[in-house]
Design a protein around this ligand. Sequence first.
Ligand code: APR
Length: 180
Amino acid sequence: MERFALTETCALVVQEGDLTQSATDAIVNAANERMLGGGGVDGAIHRAAGRELAEACRRVAEVRPDVRCPTGEARITPGFRLRARHVIHTVGPVYRSAEKSAPLLRSAYRSSLELAVENGLASIAFPAISCGVYGYPLEEAAPLSLETCREHAGPLKEIRFVLFGRPTYRVWCDAAEELL
Ligand code: APR
């Protein structure tokens, strides 16, 4: 685990591990637009939170048929059996190109942070959004995510990245050392 000063008032913690175990006020789910679960970290969060999470997601209004959370936006639900009180569901882009996908990935991080601030939370933990099934290159996602967090940390006290596997963890640590 490595700690950095993201801003004067917000700490950045980069760690290797399982996001579902994070005790921050919220954990961020790398969801899909249907918001009814899936594989990867989405599947892990739903398994750990229990079936009430899927029921809470189903109650989130569809903005169009089968879409509860458009790519780049975020929605908040309780965490149920998770240690985190809340789950912020966001949808990152399926990677196409830096030019097309970077604005959407930035928006997913920004929307999640804005929702945390609006709900008066002090801490939030992210996975590497879009870097699994959605194919976003780690080396492009890491600096983008950290720059966005630095810009939109607001009154948050702690932003964590909880990363699966040593290679992903190293990319985020290197990006943080480069940026901060
Ligand atoms: N804790 C932390 N990180 C995890 C965990 C976990 N328990 N499980 C997986 N990850 C990591 C992956 O290794 C990857 O680095 O989260 C990152 C995001 O990968 P995905 O979960 O595949 O998410 P994403 O690439 O955004 O694709 C989203 O996958 O699961 C479906 O329903 C989801 O359709 C959506 C799509």
